[in-house]
Write a protein of this length. Structure first.
Length: 438
């Protein structure tokens, strides 16, 4: 093992030996190299005569660039757009995102969290989480209503086993008993891994305040019993909560610092929160037991995460990070994000109003939804994939089929006045298939 990795592991084992044991084999081997990047950083500070360390080109002592490209960026210099960003992320953006986390999650008041490490989108954040904490053969507890890419990241790439529980209870609320039972079945292994994705993709459901407290207590009890618990909080759609009953924060804020055996990892990004999907700016933030050594522990986890990023995509786009940072600092930012939130909320409310109409009851049952971009229909008597294909080919309507009976509707990309017409076409498609007119 590299001496730098050994040094980080020793610091982590002293700060919290349970966290060290939670690390995957890869996580234990990871470190941030003191090679070209470190030497270049030193050179930026001290090489006043000439700096020939980093692999970029200079011209007239400035970043070489094509004016045909830079003409598209009116107020961003080449140094903030074209150069490599640190593998940890642009420092100012990391600080700004952490400040935003405290602002959006009042339960974080008085608690210490790591400085977020920037990833190439939330998918990359989840993948980085998996590299650090998931070994081949590990079990990850997830609901049966889950983002399909978890299978690729956790099962296909990492070789982990996904164990699922029914997302909804018979009462159409979050299935607390199913969640706890699935965790307890894995507890004898000594380590339990789960990912909490709220607002949920594909259902658009987030826990109520009471459910959120219950979820946290289930995980804390497990940790207090001696099981090492790793919780990834996939908050890709964070903030898009449309009901007053919903817990309006990340469960990360309630989980961190509760027990030495419990690690909470926040996986989020500007992707949906700032409506910049293609810029690919995500974050990994750590929250753990606070015993006075937390800062040392966080530094280790940040370095291992940055080392993982260094070994995959090297660093997230400097230009994307600059754009997000400048937008967050703009005086219009708060009003603009609030405006977009209310547009999405009105669409969700319109979906509820439309689906309450009696004529749809013959064709489906809507799963509960209260947040995010999506909602799902449980179809009566027709195959979801057959309906998806029929709607696409006959009516020009695109939806996503999930399993044999579920259809996902992304109301986020529908105008309010398009919503009722879409569900009318879905109803027509169901009736077509029942009559054998596909």
């Amino acid at each position: 093992m590299n001496p730098l990795a050994e040094e980080l592991n020793e610091i982590l084992a002293r700060g919290n030996p349970h966290l060290f044991e939670m690390l995957s084999h890869m996580g234990k081997r990871l470190f941030f190299p003191k090679g070209i990047l470190t030497q270049s950083a030193e050179a930026r500070e001290k090489a006043f005569k000439a700096n020939a360390t980093i692999g970029i080109a200079m011209e007239a002592h400035k970043t070489m660039h094509l004016q045909s490209l830079m003409d598209r960026l009116t107020d961003i210099p080449p140094e903030e757009a074209l150069t490599y960003a640190p593998s940890f992320g642009v420092p100012a953006l990391r600080k700004a995102w952490r400040e935003a986390l405290y602002s959006k999650n009042p339960s974080l008041a008085g608690k210490r969290i790591s400085l977020p490490v920037v990833t190439g989108g939330v998918t990359h954040a989840v993948s980085t989480f998996a590299d650090l904490w998931v070994d081949p053969g590990d079990t990850v507890v997830l609901p049966d209503k889950m983002w399909g890419n978890y299978t690729m990241i956790l099962s296909v790439k990492k070789g982990a086993r996904i164990v699922q529980f029914p997302f909804f209870s018979a009462e159409k609320s979050f299935n607390l008993k199913g969640f706890e039972d699935a965790l307890l079945q894995q507890a004898p292994s000594g380590k339990v891994i789960t990912i909490l994705n709220f607002p949920n993709n594909p259902t658009g459901y987030s826990p109520t305040r009471q459910e959120a407290e219950a979820i946290v207590e289930i995980l804390v009890r497990l940790a207090q019993g001696g099981t090492r618990v790793v919780v990834g909080c996939d908050d890709a759609y964070f903030g898009l909560f449309y009901d007053d009953a919903v817990f309006p924060e990340s469960l990360f804020a309630k989980l961190l610092g509760r027990d030495p055996h419990l690690l909470a990892v926040k996986l989020d990004g500007a992707t949906k929160e700032n409506f910049v999907w293609g810029l690919r700016v995500g974050f990994v933030t750590y929250g753990c037991w606070n015993d006075g050594k937390t800062e040392d522990v966080y530094e280790v986890l940040e370095k291992k995460s940055a080392g993982c990023i260094r070994g995959t995509l090297s660093n997230a786009s400097h230009l994307s990070q600059t754009l997000v940072l400048k937008s967050m600092a703009d005086p219009r930012y708060a009003a603009e994000t609030k405006e977009k939130y209310h547009i999405l909320k009105r669409r969700a409310e319109r979906v509820r109003d439309v689906l309450a109409q009696a004529r749809f009851k013959e064709a489906w049952e809507a799963y509960p939804f209260n947040s995010g971009y999506f909602m799902c229909l449980r179809l009566h008597g027709v195959d979801a994939e057959a309906l998806r294909v029929h709607l696409l080919e006959k009516y020009g309507v695109g939806l996503v089929s999930i399993g044999h009976r579920d259809i996902r509707v992304a109301f986020s990309c529908l105008e309010e006045n398009e919503i009722e017409g879409l569900f009318d076409l879905v109803l027509a498609g169901v009736r077509d298939l029942r009559r054998g007119h596909a």
